[in-house]
Design a protein around this ligand. Sequence first.
Ligand code: 4AD
Ligand code: MG
Length: 498
Amino acid sequence: MVYITNLSDHVDEEVTLKGWVYNYRSSKNLYFLELRDGSGICQCVVARDAVSEEVWNSADTLRQESSLEVIGIVVEDERSIGGYELQVTDIKVIQVAEDYPITPKEHGVDFLMENRHLWLRSRRQWAAMRVRNAIIYAIHTFFQERGFVQMDAPIFTGNAAEGTTNLFETEYFDEEAYLTQSGQLYGEAMAMAHGLIYTFGPTFRAEKSKTRRHLTEFWMIEPEMAFYDLDMNIDLAENFTKFVIKKVLERCENELEILERDTTTLKKTVEESFPRISYTEAVERLKSDEMADMLDQMVEDRKQEKTELKEEQDEIEKERGQAKKWRKAQIDQRIKEIGARIDQIEEDLRNIPDWRESALNFTWGEDFGGSDETLLTMQYDTPIFVHRYPAEIKAFYMKRDPEDENLALAVDMLAPEGYGEVIGGSEREADLDTLKKRLAEHDLPEDVFQWYLDLRQYGTVPHSGFGLGLERTVSWLCGLDHVRETIPFPRMMGRLTP
Ligand code: 4AD
Ligand code: MG
């Protein structure tokens, strides 16, 4: 059996491909079948005079997603998807599919989510899952090459890690258990045994807000390093992010093209160093006159762009009447693009006043909202690190800044292009008594954390770590609007099936 990705090794040979009908069109004497086999898509051409009558007739019964074997000769053809074409000599139908609900015409998101088990076969979804796979591979490669030990943290836990507001509770025989929000605390124990470790597993948060960045079940990569301070932690996060993006750019050229991802900023991310600013500086920046001016200017620019697009649209619409067929297709394509861009501009024009308002009213001590993160990253092509947050809004385990007790030695990495926080991390509190005090301040029971306190009692050391959200990373690298398309079967409020 040959896979479509390997067709270049089989030019002029007869091969058997096994897969599903992705698309088809027929004319009197030719039948074009786009076959997908999981590895890619290949156009197969059935010529009436090159096959038996039986094969020709069976081709005619095929519908989208029918399963089959196709035998034919591989020929190079630049115009074909993937650069190769199969000249069919024989077809063996495995099953003629029922009318497939997901046809190339457009469907609403709800319908697609209900049919996620089938939607996964579509080209864009296929590409996004491949990018996810490449990211996972790069993550393991990065840490394994640097001597980190992968550890599996438990999913049932008796203690909260990231605050108690979004815990999923579950019965555990006659006890109460929680689904883990983070593997970090267990990672800290393991780091004291191995020095450098990382966890990579599912984590759960009862997120009641419906946003494009939140799932209730998501995957997190959490490295934890003994003897690392905050700066070393940030250096590692930056190198790690660059490594992952570089690998995805190398391995997923085709996928990113299918996703129509403009990779300009991703390429810059690999090369340039990421700005690092403190929370306090970030707040000043949000409230600055420059920020207000920048947003006013943005409104002007968007309006101007919209006017120009409308003019272009009028012009090509006039031309369309007399245009040749190929030019008509070009015009239709451009009109579609203009429409999409205008929708985007109108959305921005609705949003910017609110963003401006909330940035100007931001008070020191609050947490950044999605729009604040967008504004903070707007001037940059790379992610930025924001460090030293108010301790009040951060987790109990974070070490305080020795220079200012009100600040936690925390860091978030905010991705550009509106993707926002993808990494959260910190240096950890290493002192036993201080940590006990923090538990009390956060109303957390000491007994369930006894094992965690032990880590500070038996050879405590400075240590740090961070967590990268896999789905937000996939969303960013693929240029997707919503995390629901970044995981095979997303779990969100109101979504438990399929
Ligand atoms: O900032 P968070 O809450 O940090 C932690 O959990 C730490 N224990 C990590 C550590 O220091 N070891 O979450 C880390 C990242 C976020 O930056 C975000 O990318 C992702 O996890 N994340 C979510 N992704 C999807 N849906 C959600 N509901 C998410 N909540 C957090
Ligand atoms: Mg966070």
